[in-house]
Design a protein around this ligand. Structure first.
Ligand code: NAD
Ligand code: ZN
Length: 360
């Protein structure tokens, strides 16, 4: 038996206000005055002086505002890379993503594509990336995806929605400043936080579980329960705890896998563009059969925070639409294996998936 030997984020700073240390963190990493730092910033922060004025810009450093409306596409990643290569004489010193999972994934992917030829679509899969990317830093402003610790960057390409999973993908540095999450709208706070909760349930009930994953998953689950069930306020303590829940949830799936909710929400996302957090909630809401306790607890959280979970997404879809979602979902073999074991195909047929999607 051979065990996976995977990389982790080598440097992390945690604390309210630690974003102020960005200049001292980046300065030693500058390759030359002509090699800029590029900040990929969620455009929700445009005009937000509290955050933007603290981004340390020197020489030809540049902020690129990116919309989180759509999830990252391989074509956009390629375009950002091509534009940077055309604009600057030297390859950037570093790429810094500031935002949710969308910005973090853009930052990872652009950093890798600056040193790997061709299109990012060529690298969707496992261990296809050949060269180390440029230095890249992740600064989450919303908690839950675990993208800050993960070994992947999830991209929608011409043929599939699939990550660039590689040893070169994890960030070189992560800045965890929970204060940056203080203005996240309530519904979004819930959807992205539930991505973490669902990572824990899928990891802890999966067949791939081991003590490594379990130790991180249980800690993360405890923190999620505290934030979403025990606390009445989204205070500083709960911002701190949700940020660490996300980190631990990401670590938990590093050595296991996600499961049914992710396998099905990738289908929704591919066909309808449904975003990851909300898509997971829409799917998980219907998964009592697979995760009875987790779904019951999830419904209590929805009720406590008075969250809207959209219904009827699939009611007007055609047979061809359902087939696309089913194909995407069935292609995620490791997720099904983790959820249901090697004989997962006995339970998960095309008809079964169709009837489940019809409820959403
Ligand atoms: P997001 O980045 O899509 O952002 C969600 C919304 O929150 C956006 O409208 C954004 O503008 C807003 N927002 C973010 N921070 C804010 C703040 N501080 N104040 C106000 N608004 C703020 O959300 P997400 O759920 O973190 O990320 C989803 C993406 O992450 C998907 O593309 C998904 O594929 C990806 N993902 C990646 C991994 C990974 O391991 N790489 C894991 C899970 C999900
Ligand atoms: Zn997820």
């Amino acid at each position: 038996m051979s065990f996976r030997n995977f990389p982790m984020v080598p440097r992390v700073v945690f604390g309210r206000g630690c974003f102020n240390q960005l200049d001292e963190i980046l300065t030693p990493k500058r390759n030359s005055d002509k090699a800029p730092f590029i900040f990929i910033v969620d455009d929700v922060f445009k005009g937000n002086d509290w955050l933007i004025s603290r981004i340390p810009l020197h020489h030809n450093d540049k902020i690129i505002y990116v919309s989180a409306e759509e999830e990252p596409k391989t074509s956009y990643v390629d375009k950002y890379r091509d534009d940077l290569v055309a604009e600057f004489d030297e390859i950037p010193s570093g790429i810094i993503g500031i935002g949710g999972g969308t910005m973090l994934d853009y930052a990872k992917a652009i950093a890798l594509m600056l040193t790997n030829p061709g299109s990012s679509a060529d690298y969707q899969g496992w261990d296809l990336v050949k060269n180390q990317g440029v230095y890249h830093v992740g600064i989450p402003t919303i908690s839950g995806t675990g993208a800050e610790v993960s070994r992947t960057t999830v991209l929608t390409g011409p043929e599939r929605k699939l990550g660039m999973n590689s040893d070169y993908t994890p960030f070189d540095q992560v800045v965890l400043d929970p204060e940056l999450t203080k203005d996240v709208p309530t519904n979004q706070w819930f959807y992205t936080g539930m991505d973490c909760y669902i990572h824990c349930i899928e990891s802890l009930t999966g067949t791939f579980l081991n003590a490594f994953s379990q130790s991180y998953g249980e800690k993360s689950l405890d923190l999620c329960r505290e934030v979403y069930l025990e606390k009445d306020l989204r205070d500083e303590d709960s911002q701190d705890k949700l940020m660490m829940a996300s980190w631990h949830g990401g670590m938990s799936i590093a050595y296991s896998q996600v499961g049914v909710a992710h396998a099905m929400s990738y289908g929704l996302s591919y066909l309808l563009g449904t975003k990851h957090g909300i898509g997971n909630c829409i799917v998980f809401d219907q998964l009592e059969e697979f995760y009875p306790e987790g779904v019951a607890e999830f419904k209590r959280m929805v009720e406590k925070h008075n969250i809207d979970i959209p219904q009827g997404l699939c009611k007007d879809l055609t047979d061809a639409d359902f087939d696309i979602m089913i194909d995407v979902s069935l292609s995620l073999v490791p997720l099904w294996e983790n959820a249901l074991g090697a004989n997962w195909k006995d339970t998960i047929t095309r008809e079964k998936l169709r009837s489940m999607y019809e409820k959403m």
